[in-house]
Ligand binder design. Sequence first.
Ligand code: ASN
Ligand code: ZN
Ligand code: CA
Length: 326
Amino acid sequence: SGSGNIRTFKDGNNYKLIDNSRVASGGPSIRVCDCDGLFIDPTNSNISLDSDNNWKNSASSPRKLHQGPEVDALRFLGQVVDYFKNTHNWNSFDNHGSPLYAGVHYGDNENNGYWIGTGIVFGDGDGSLLDYTNTLDFAAHEFTHGVTDYTANLDYFNQAGGLNESFSDIFAVMVDRGDFLIFEDCTTPTIAGDAGRIMNNPSDVNAVWRQPNHFLSSLDSMNTGYFNGQDPHYSSGFVNYACYLMCNGGTHPNSGISVVGIGREKIEKIFFHALSIGLLGNNNATFIECREACLNAVDLIYKNDPEYLRILDTVKNAFTAVGIGP
Ligand code: ASN
Ligand code: ZN
Ligand code: CA
């Protein structure tokens, strides 16, 4: 994703993709492992090496030997860690500054990436459906699964599963900032304008995961079973849409309910408060409980803000617009 300077670690004759610049202030060491096409755990193994500290792709070498994605992982995880620290005063994924591991070139043409408890593994993709998976919003999405594990600790099924996925998408777009598209930088490199998920229009045909935009949306063949929570990537759609409406405003096409947008700065604080305090330890939280936690967050954070009533209205109307609550 372009050239630039990075922090590395000199060890004998080699340089390692380790960024310890946050350690002195209590932050995490960020460590990139080269999985080299294997399904291996990056924790404490195979740190990416380079002999001259000039990291680059070699066009002639196979994708799994490209250093670009390894460098990107280091940079993007740094940005994600800095976002959570600077915006939410949350230190690494566990709020204890634990080291964060990235496993790059995970698996053979693997079209996905995962939170693994100590960090994230990133597949290279097959170059068609996905082109590498270590983009900024992918890193932020997966990292947020780690934050969720240490806060609300939401199940990955039923309504809690949808909320779990939604929190990851919400903070993915908060970190990535420019848009409400999920994984747009790595989804189908040959097709312009599509994305994994589209929070501003979850049922858009350009989304790989077409999601219901309302709790009561009739189920199409792609999301059959979402009321049983079989795939959290569908039941997250209307919560994602509520978040979008809170930030940018709009009228829900089904319910006709309008929401006045109040921007991202207040909304990200409200959702983080809900995740880390309101829903703390609430493994099987429901959509309604998420609404209540967000409304409580508005009270606790903005009670004395001159805009308090406007903020409350926006959050309430957005949840109501997507069918969560009265
Ligand atoms: N495996 C990823 C996840 O955390 C990517 C995705 O959103 N499908 O959900
Ligand atoms: Zn996820
Ligand atoms: Ca994005």
